[in-house]
Design a protein around this ligand. Structure first.
Ligand code: NAD
Ligand code: MG
Length: 407
């Protein structure tokens, strides 16, 4: 098998580093073409040096200088490119076969779209891109013959449980519904009255997964599961009514597909993102991931319980956004990105995250009639929703989403 060239967008993050871990186990199968990083230039330099990356992309001149500073003096520097357009360029470069999309947030969307338009094999971790631009992205993938393989563990599990169809497509015939499992996050059993005072450190302390800060907070609020419901809608062409969420605290069953005949297929494994990463990198081959093998006898039991809607109102908001349409999904995601950052920065309380998301959804449904026909349209609405979310104050009027008992 020939050596495949890979570009990792978001190489310094949790998914990016796990991807490097997997590809280093297969030096004759994969080589790195380009890496991108946003803040941690020491880690980017170390990763680029180790993987012998040809190119790196950083956000600005100051970070380029920090990268050069961190680079081992005796080695020749890789090509250093700067800015958003360079991200799209490395994602679409002829020298790249596979693009790992592991930037967090809508910031990753233009590069994912560029990879789709260039017909690449895209390993999609960056769920926010699909939430904000699902129809445009799926259409680009189809039109340009790209391949989209899910990295999110739930979607990767579902992909594995669906019958394969030609050309890397999936066949949903006979599927009754998808069941996304959710750990419930760090606050699954905390008395509701204590949620008002939880700290960012507590919210980021996920019981089963070590992840970036933003997705960790999203897992606590379950907005993450909401984004995943929307992601599943686009990836597998299922309606909101066909996608169910089930709490499974051990994170061993990564998700399930229920068929018309009553069969339920599930994918199991230890909670380690190197499994879905290796699955998508090797697909259809099964390659070594460095993951401990699952030992069910040691675990002893697997538990499941329904979602308590009053504990996780963000999940209900995501369902509402999916039913309301693309504009609402863009607003949901943008408001959440703003709110989570404000929470991490100590500017708002944990419970205000849902207030901001709820109010912004209300604003979007009530005011925005803009058509969404291009990535520029998506980004314009994303910016407008961010502006609204940043201006939110506790005294803001109660939104009509609140009247549905979700907020
Ligand atoms: P992270 O915060 O650890 O890493 C994010 C990466 O994106 C870093 O390399 C960072 O430098 C880069 N980045 C951040 N802001 C950027 C910007 N404005 N422009 C360009 N680059 C930027 O995040 P993560 O946990 O690795 O998650 C990455 C994506 O994968 C997210 O969309 C997340 O929802 C998804 N995901 C992560 C996990 C996981 O286990 N970590 C699981 C499923 C899905
Ligand atoms: Mg997930």
């Amino acid at each position: 098998m020939s050596c495949q060239s890979i570009t990792i967008l978001g190489a310094t993050g949790s998914i990016g580093q796990n991807t490097i871990d997997v590809i280093e186990r297969h030096p004759t199968r994969f080589r790195v073409h380009a890496l991108s990083g946003f803040r941690r230039m020491d880690l980017l330099a170390q990763s680029a040096h180790r993987t012998q990356a040809q190119r790196v992309v950083v956000p600005d001149q100051a970070r380029a200088a920090a990268f050069r500073q961190a680079w081992p003096k005796a080695s020749p520097l890789p090509q250093i490119d700067i800015g958003q357009s360079a991200l799209s360029e490395i994602a679409a470069a002829d020298q790249t076969d596979i693009v790992m999309a592991a930037i967090v947030g809508v910031a990753g969307l233009p590069a994912v779209f560029a990879a789709a338009t260039a017909g690449k094999r895209i390993l999609l971790a960056n769920k926010e891109a699909l939430v904000a631009a699902g129809s445009l992205l799926m259409a680009a993938v189809k039109r340009h013959g790209a391949t989209l393989l899910p990295i999110d563990s739930e979607h990767n599990a579902i992909f594995q449980c669906l019958p394969p169809a030609p050309n890397g497509q999936i066949d949903q015939s006979g599927v009754r519904r998808l069941v996304l499992t959710a750990s419930g996050g760090p606050f699954r059993q905390m008395p509701l009255t204590q949620l008002a005072t939880v700290t960012p450190a507590q919210a980021c302390a996920h019981p089963n997964w070590a992840m970036g800060q933003k997705i960790s907070v999203d897992s606590a609020t379950m907005l993450n599961k909401g984004l995943e419901v929307i992601e599943a809608h686009w990836l597998f062409d299922m309606s909101a009514a066909q996608i169910e969420v089930l709490i499974h605290p051990q994170s061993i069953v990564h998700s399930m597909v229920q068929y018309n005949d009553g069969s339920v297929l599930a994918q199991l494994g230890n909670p380690d993102m190197r499994t879905p990463i290796a699955h998508a990198l090797g697909y259809p081959a099964r390659i070594e991931a460095g993951v401990d093998m699952l030992d069910l006898a040691t675990h002893g039991r697997l538990d499941f319980e329904p979602v308590q809607t009053e504990r996780y109102p963000c999940l209900g908001l995501a369902y509402q956004a999916l039913r309301a349409g693309q504009g609402a999904c863009i607003a949901l995601n943008a408001a959440n990105e703003v709110a989570v950052q404000q929470f991490l920065d100590g500017q708002i309380s944990y419970l205000e995250i849902v207030d901001i998301v709820c109010s912004t959804l209300d604003w979007q449904v009530g005011t925005s009639t803009a058509a969404i026909n291009s990535i520029d349209d998506v980004l314009a609405l994303d910016q407008a929703a961010r502006t609204f979310a940043r201006q939110w104050r506790p005294s803001s009027q109660v939104s009509h989403f609140a009247s549905s008992n979700l907020c």
